[in-house]
Design a protein around this ligand. Structure first.
Ligand SMILES: [Cu+2]
Length: 183
């Protein structure tokens, strides 16, 4: 195992930066609704969103965000056991819920979240906001894929969905952990 030297490159993580996020298309597959939001950034501190078309004032829940029992989180690619080049793309799959940027809470009826990728890591405490470091990547802009560069050898990847406040849902929605070989 060679887990200490992994680092993402080209990762379009939005939240530490103040650059504009253009229109995000949120396909809420559970409901079949399509909602278009424009946001300037994706920080959870942001209280209001001048560009949210037709969105009412959001009342954020205080406890963990409920999610549908039958929602599914999975890594589309690479496949478990795959061999990949040092630079490769990871594609995130989510069924039964929508993807929304960090800071966005739609409603109890419209559960959403954003992706978190655990690299060579065990699951963190599911009752706390997900950690943020080079092995716990947040995709607070609502991204559904990323490019990674990892050192040659075996690595594990696992997704955890987080809510508007980077908290795992109730119950937590976690993908299978896959093992890949970087050549
Ligand atoms: Cu997050």
């Amino acid at each position: 195992m060679n887990g200490s030297h992994c680092k993402p490159t080209d990762t379009p993580i939005q939240y530490p930066m103040k650059k504009p996020v253009s229109l995000l298309l949120l396909t809420l597959s559970a409901i079949g609704a399509v909602v278009i939001l424009g946001r300037n950034d994706a920080t959870s501190e942001e209280k209001k969103d001048d560009h949210a078309h037709g969105a009412a004032v959001m009342t954020l829940p205080t406890g963990p965000t409920k999610r549908p029992e039958d929602a599914k989180l999975y890594i589309i690619s690479p496949k478990d056991g795959a061999t990949v080049k040092q630079n490769f793309t990871v594609r995130f799959g989510l069924k039964g819920m929508g993807v929304a940027p960090a800071g966005i809470y739609m409603s109890d009826e419209m559960p959403t979240g954003h992706h978190h990728l655990m690299i060579d890591s065990d699951l963190p405490d599911m009752k706390l906001p997900l950690p943020k470091d080079e092995t716990h990547l947040h995709f607070g802009g609502g991204q559904t894929e990323t490019k990674l560069t990892l050192t040659p050898g075996k690595h594990t990847l696992q997704l955890v969905l987080g809510d508007h406040a980077h908290m795992p849902h109730d119950p937590p929605l976690v993908s299978d952990k896959i093992t890949i070989t970087v050549e």
